[in-house]
Design a protein around this ligand. Structure first.
Ligand SMILES: [Zn+2]
Ligand SMILES: [Zn+2]
Length: 186
């Protein structure tokens, strides 16, 4: 990184330890694995703080800064990976709520209200969890029905994205995919 770039706020580097957690998926980033850092001025002083991500998680959840970093001359990703990540990030910018998607799960209770249609989400039906990024952190911000995905995100093409942030079996993926398709037909 050139020294005459004091406002630089993003970096790719190999993880120096395996202790930092990815802000996108919540898992540890293994030592020596490429990670993406988004730095910001600490509002309480004491210089900059950095949020670390797996590059693919940043493409999903922080598309604007990530796209800027992809264009750096020294971005270490190969061209095929850059193209893939660019598509994911651009899709997230075109559908501005999409970076909020934090995964899919079966509702353990019937106590959550859908943020899109305001109806309750039935127990054991698919729900999509949301996070909201503000002031350099992600805050949990509720759930929507799987069938409300296209209304809320303005696209129902979210299966891969939901699966990236949830560990689902093939059977669960199929069931989620069917729940998402209810949208398009209704
Ligand atoms: Zn991650
Ligand atoms: Zn709903």
């Amino acid at each position: 990184m050139p020294e005459e770039q004091p406002e630089f706020t993003h970096v790719f580097e190999l993880a120096k330890s395996g202790r930092a957690k990815c802000r996108g998926c919540g898992k540890n980033i293994a030592k020596d694995v490429l990670r993406f850092g988004e730095s910001y001025e600490n509002p309480y002083g004491d210089g900059a703080a950095t949020l670390w991500f797996h590059p693919l998680c940043a493409a999903h959840k922080r598309p604007e800064p990530y796209l800027v970093a992809l264009d750096y001359d020294d971005c270490p990703l190969d061209d095929a990976t850059k193209t893939q990540h660019r598509q994911i990030a651009e899709f997230g910018i075109a559908h501005r709520r999409l970076p909020r998607l934090d995964g899919a799960s079966l509702a353990p209770t019937a106590r959550a209200r859908c943020r899109s249609c305001k109806e309750m989400i039935p127990k054991e039906s698919w729900r999509l969890s949301l996070v909201f990024f503000a002031e350099a952190r992600f805050e949990p911000s509720g759930y929507i029905h799987a069938k409300c995905a296209s209304e809320y995100f303005e696209t129902a093409d979210i299966l891969d994205r939901a699966c990236h942030f949830s560990e689902l079996s093939d059977e669960e993926k199929k069931s989620l995919s069917e729940a998402l398709q209810e949208t398009q037909s209704s």
